[in-house]
Design a protein around this ligand. Sequence first.
Ligand SMILES: Cc1ncc(COP(=O)(O)O)c(C=O)c1O
Length: 363
Amino acid sequence: VSTAGAFVTEFEHRVADITGTRYAVATASGTAALHIALLVAGVEADDEVLVPALTFIAPANAVRYCNAWPVFVDVEAEYWQMDPNRVADFLRGECRWRDGRLVNLATGRSVRALLPVDLLGHPVDADPLRELAREFGLIVVEDATESLGATYKGRAVGSLGDVACFSFNGNKIVTTGGGGMIVTDNAAWAERARYLTTQAKDEPVEYVHKEVGFNYRLTNVQAALGCAQLERLPGFVEAKRRSARLYQDFLAPLAGVTSFREAEWAHGTYWLFAAIFDEAKCGISSRAVMHALKEHGVEARPLWQPLHRSPAHSASNPTACPVADCIQARALCLPSSVNLTDDQRTRVLETVAGITGTANVSI
Ligand SMILES: Cc1ncc(COP(=O)(O)O)c(C=O)c1O
């Protein structure tokens, strides 16, 4: 049942296989995976790491656990992912090389890494980010926690950076109740991740520890659940993609309602299906839609408060991120469970139709 059991190793091998990476190290959560990935990638106190403004807060928190600082970068308007053009603007316009360090002129701190998130089951546009990382000597830590099963130009998420992280939290496409994974092709980083996540134990009999480590390992019981869940991943992806297809087809003709879509270079999982409700065009705000749906027993949820507005990260010198603001004000996630039946999907759509004044749902 403990962290030493055989299922942990089996689960690690299977995730490495799925993501096409050499090494995988299981962790207690996706957040723990991010913390350790940043440490093994060499992020140090007072370094800066670029994080998209529109994401769940965990990656920014993980940067702070390293006593480093997140720099929030706006997302692009089409697929809502970290915008490579904004990254380029920041690196070219707001940073300079000084004594071999890439320095953010506004803070005087060293810029060390990019931490793109594959948001909502959709990959980030990784190639231009990797190109920038190469040009500016940065490490890419991929937060693939929401997107297991998605691919970018045929490559699995998890293989798009130097090191990547997954989450198996209860709301993820594959769950172990709680859990995470670090994947990388870098043998030394994988070994160090295993060391740091297991209390940095140097001598297991006499309990000698040369460093302060963490109790971040996944248990064998959870890993066994993970192995079973992974067998169902293709079916889970198909169920979510079916919901997305039906939602997109139905919502397409509604004025002011725009579904989240995948790029032609992406095969996403639609982990959460989201749509924009533009009040100026559909006559009702996203939050009013959310409340009306709730009254009809259908749960819809907004995305996360953009991180440049997060009180928790107000000390991080945040700058404006208008695209993230605009998406967050208008977007709602609709029911996206893999267990949805077509009757339930129809009910969701009929309720949205009733609220936005459109009738005749057939799927
Ligand atoms: C983008 C992102 N990063 C990190 C995490 C953290 O994962 P966990 O909840 O397993 O710590 C999550 C989700 O929970 C997430 O959505």
